[in-house]
Ligand binder design. Structure first.
Ligand SMILES: N[C@@H](CCC(=O)N[C@@H](CS)C(=O)NCC(=O)O)C(=O)O
Length: 214
């Protein structure tokens, strides 16, 4: 059955995009240009009425939500070790994955799109400033996890936690957070990006890892 991933450059879809490459899957990458509003076209809304990436199509089935997509890929490609297979290691990895998705990621959304959370410019600026401070604290938590990585966030194998950490750290640059102030995470992210499978995604998405401007 054919696999197709709808993704946007530098967006959270980097995580399933990387998972597909790490798994050695044959898939069709389909770029959705968010800055051009392609996620709001009738064609795309017919695929995902929420107007978001990522979307995975597996045969005739449409799957949305990063965690659901990753669990689907983990079950489909167990040999890729996208997550630890069982036991406490798996529970801990899921704990981190879900936290990244339900806490760290939406905090950045408040930085990047404060207009989604407040109607007027003044309140939006306040929302953004508050979210940047919260985001710093959350990246510090990732830094502590990166300090314990052995050698990857999920343990022996590079996987989805490393991909999410890369995305979240990179976004920090847009929030004015220098990735080099988080040296454990920055080292892990650079090591991860150098893997051939990950490098393919970085190249396809044309990503600069460090977007921080002093
Ligand atoms: N809860 C969703 C969040 C997905 C999400 O936030 N997607 C963003 C990109 S990182 C998006 O498509 N934004 C487009 C928009 O809001 O217009 C998931 O886990 O998949």
């Amino acid at each position: 059955m054919s696999l197709k991933l709808y993704y946007a450059s530098g967006a959270c879809s980097f995580v399933p995009h990387t998972a597909l490459e790490l798994a050695g899957a044959t898939f069709e990458p389909s770029l959705v240009k968010l800055h051009r509003g392609e996620q709001r076209t009738p064609e795309y809304l017919a695929i995902n009425p929420r107007g978001q990436v990522p979307v995975l199509e597996d045969g005739g089935e449409v799957i949305t939500q990063i965690v659901a997509i990753l669990l689907h890929l983990d079950a489909k490609f167990p040999q890729a070790h996208l997550l630890p297979a069982s036991g406490v290691a798996r529970s801990r990895a899921l704990q981190t994955l879900v936290w990244m998705n339900n806490t760290v990621h939406p905090t950045f959304t408040h930085v990047f799109m404060p207009n989604k959370f407040a109607p007027d410019e003044t309140t939006q600026q306040a929302v953004k400033a508050h979210a940047v401070q919260a985001y710093r604290g959350l990246l510090a938590e990732i830094e502590a996890l990166a300090g314990k990585a052995s050698p990857w966030l999920g343990g022996e194998h590079p996987g989805v936690l490393d991909a999410y950490a890369l995305t979240l750290l990179r976004w920090g640059g847009f929030a004015g957070i220098d990735p080099q102030t988080l040296p454990q995470t920055w080292a892990l992210v650079q090591r991860f990006a150098a893997l051939p499978a990950v490098a393919r995604v970085v190249e396809r998405e044309r990503l600069e890892l460090n977007v921080y401007k002093a």
